[in-house]
Design a protein around this ligand. Sequence first.
Ligand SMILES: Cc1ncc(COP(=O)(O)O)c(C=O)c1O
Length: 594
Amino acid sequence: MKAIILAAGYAKRMRPLSRECHKTLLLAGGQTVLGRIVDSLLTNDVRELVIVTGYRDDQLRGYMAEEYGDLDVTWVHNPDFDTTNNIHSLALAFKEIKNEEVLIIESDLVVDPEVIKALVNSPYPDVAMVGPHELGMDGTVVTVADNVITQFIPPHLQPETFDFTDAFKTLNIYKFSAQFCDTVFRPTVDFYSQTIDSNCYYESILGILIYMRRCKIFAEVVDNNLWTEIDDPNDLEVANFMFTPEERSSILEGTHGGYWKYRFTDFCYIRNFHFPTGSMISDLRRNVKPLLANYGSSQQVLDRKISQFLECDADQIVLLNGASQAYPFLRQKFGDTRVLVPKPTFGEYRRIFPNARTYPDEPGIDMNRIEESLSTTDLVVFVNPNNPTGTVLPTEDLFDMASRHPKTVFLIDESFVDFCDETPVQDLLVDKHLDNVLIIKSLSKSLGVPGIRLGYVYSTNRELITTIKEEIPIWNINSMAEYFLELLFKNRPQLEASFQKSKDDRKEFAEALRTLEGVKDVVNGGGHFILVRVDPALFPSPKIVDDLLIQHATYVKDVTEAMGSSDTHLRFAVRDQRDNMRLVNILASLSAGS
Ligand SMILES: Cc1ncc(COP(=O)(O)O)c(C=O)c1O
């Protein structure tokens, strides 16, 4: 059995990385793309290769000579690689194949050897490897009935309304029998590329042959975790994540987001799972086009919109591109003053106030101790409920303390307040102004939309608010986020209901966690997350994060260091009931297995 590797392409989409280096020689998951394909073939006893080159032919030859010098490689050069497509490369490669079974492999794939094994061992004579179609995939798809491919559907035949539900994506890895190649496939590829079009994909020929019932190609369905296509630089990141499991947690920590491209369940980032509603999402989807095509409104309009939703004065609020937008301003204004922050807390407070003194949240905060330090404090930060402990301070106590200390600025972060039973301090300020209080709130968590970036600062201190407004760029919030704000007015009852559902989920999740072996404490917190203290012998820190990611595609936050404890401390975002119970079962299996 010979394997044809098609590696002639220009790889324009991979620029700038492919300017100096052939795309298949880029590192993906700790190995070159080509090296992984060749190793997978060798592991499965396929040792005769036909490699079609075009762009940077010399690099490929040099690489193979250096790394696989003893291999039997037939080199085929496609000098017209920049004006022809893979049909022409395949036609050239077919000249080297006579009356034998052949594997055809596109070189822009990062595959696990299991995929090649499944192909080589497939009982079918003519077979295409396919994976269930998923969001973000593009290219040719196929339909399958009784393991047989019934249609090849190239991108130009996939209209906007195309239903991908039952479609499969071709991996562009095939095995074809000598009979099919010699009598049907090769002659058609030759004829088509020579007389009709050499700048098209050979998959079109497969599509035509299937349509004309001139062949029967079986589908081998593979797990999408075992392969990925490499078209542009983002795909390399995905490949690194998939194929270097030991680096997964550092990749996720380093990116702080953009997790949609990776396959795992995220218990790290926190958001309302019951909002926005399905109809809000449909509404956004219907309006994507005008929203992308239009500028958002000025800050004045945005502040009016958020103030109307929150029923407060527009002069007292600044809508932000996420609460985080306030941090550079806070650093600039208060960075050189005497600041007091909780420990542990949301990391940005330590980052913007690196010299701040701290007060402990163990979990539990001693308000009397804080009050004693206020005479020497210019700004005190409260995160209520605090992250990651979930500690909730009574609103009345905070409000009273702020009224007794007018010279100290109280920065109160109420990002999680909707998930606890306390009234926000912000609500009390509407009737009784305290100009030394600045409320900051992320809307990512309560509205369930960290991706569109919404948050605000609120204060009855107009001077402070005016100074922040002056810092804001002329266009700050994107149209999608602004439109989302408009939708909120129609969905207030649903939002309220979602908070109740979230609290119910947290309660049920916490109760289930308490029953697990190795769980020493489940903190009764008010955030939309649960802090759990566990036995380090069963759940060692930081290894447990990797174990969960590698073995169970589940990402949790390890806060052991932040808690300064010898026990492992993990923070779990509350997701929906099904996901929460899945995590409980995984933890149960881990503690039982160790
Ligand atoms: C307490 C707290 N405040 C603010 C933020 C920042 O939120 P945003 O996404 O709105 O920037 C976070 C994010 O996790 C947080 O935990």
